[in-house]
Design a protein around this ligand. Structure first.
Ligand code: AMP
Length: 287
């Protein structure tokens, strides 16, 4: 396994493997790797000849006042996890390598980036789309792997690939969870034991919401949200729900009448425990 810091070095390596007809898989991450990331790495290992993981805390996707500085980092730990997971190359550029002087270009997936998460984190998805497209141009992968946990990110990247004719396949891997159902996240280390226990409610209500929709037990989106929000409040007094939304998976528009709707549904939410912001979602098909 090699650690690459230069863009041009990784581009040459990718060219070399492409000439040899090797299939390259890329797993973009911000490091502080956990089982969620490892499941992406193992999927890539299964499907590709060469596995590249990027470890880069992308400043462009954090808003002023967000936790860019506090975001957990431990490269040595990441290195060992990658080695164990069969990674071939870790791309770990400095900020200055990724965003050189006079950096002016951004990718904005309009319409989709300002909804849900985008309401509370304006500009976040521009940072995400920009870094993902840069990483694709650097690693030149045949396949790129993302987690279902960041559902809106997956929808936006998929749109960007289609709109900009990006010749890379996208794979979405299921969310890895703690035993109590809490979605594994690099930010979970900031939760105390009580918060970690309480936060299990998020996954529980998402599943409950899904079942209620599938069994036609609720008609109005607002009504369902109210039921689920109250459940979170009563079972997790230390939580502060920021939003919950029930949308389709293409335009991310709220579904008003759940009984009439047919197709993919994403129920997503963000909640704070202290200063720690957690996101989670469930997606399913309503026939
Ligand atoms: P991050 O390092 O948080 O930017 O995440 C890098 C990738 O890992 C993203 O595509 C995430 O969706 C994915 N990911 C994060 N947490 C999980 C999880 N618990 N299960 C599966 N994938 C995850």
């Amino acid at each position: 396994m090699k650690v690459i810091k230069d863009i041009s070095a990784l581009q040459e390596i990718s060219d070399y493997h492409r000439i040899l007809r090797k299939k390259i898989g890329l797993v973009p991450t911000m490091g502080y790797l956990h089982e969620g990331h490892v499941s992406l790495l193992l999927n890539a290992r299964d499907e590709c000849d060469i596995v590249v993981v990027s470890v880069f805390v992308n400043p462009k996707q954090f808003l002023p006042g967000e936790d860019f500085k506090e975001y957990p980092r431990d490269f040595l730990r990441d290195y060992h996890i990658c080695k164990k997971s069969g990674v071939d190359y870790i791309f770990n550029p400095d900020e200055k390598e990724m965003y050189k002087e006079n950096y002016f270009t951004y990718v904005n997936v309009k319409e989709l980036s300002d909804k849900l998460e985008g309401i509370y984190r304006p500009g976040h998805f521009t940072g995400v789309a920009t870094v993902v497209l840069k990483l694709i141009n650097i690693a030149k992968p045949h396949c790129v792997y993302f987690g279902e946990k960041d559902a809106q990110q997956a929808v936006i990247i998929d749109r960007m690939f289609k709109d900009l004719d990006v010749d890379t396949e996208m794979r979405i891997c299921q969310t890895m969870r703690e035993d109590n159902g809490l979605a594994i996240s690099s930010r979970n280390i900031f939760l105390n034991e009580n918060e970690r226990n309480e936060a299990a409610i998020l996954n529980k209500v998402l599943n409950e919401g899904m079942n209620m929709v599938l069994e036609n037990r609720v008609e109005r989106c607002d009504e369902l949200k109210k039921i689920l929000e109250e459940k979170i409040k009563s079972e997790s007094p230390n939580s502060r729900l920021q939003y919950m939304s029930i949308t389709d998976d293409k335009l991310l528009d709220e579904i008003e009448n759940l009984n009439e709707y047919k197709g993919e549904i994403i129920i997503s939410l963000a909640a704070f425990y202290g200063d720690t912001r957690l996101i989670d979602n469930v997606s399913f098909t309503k026939m």
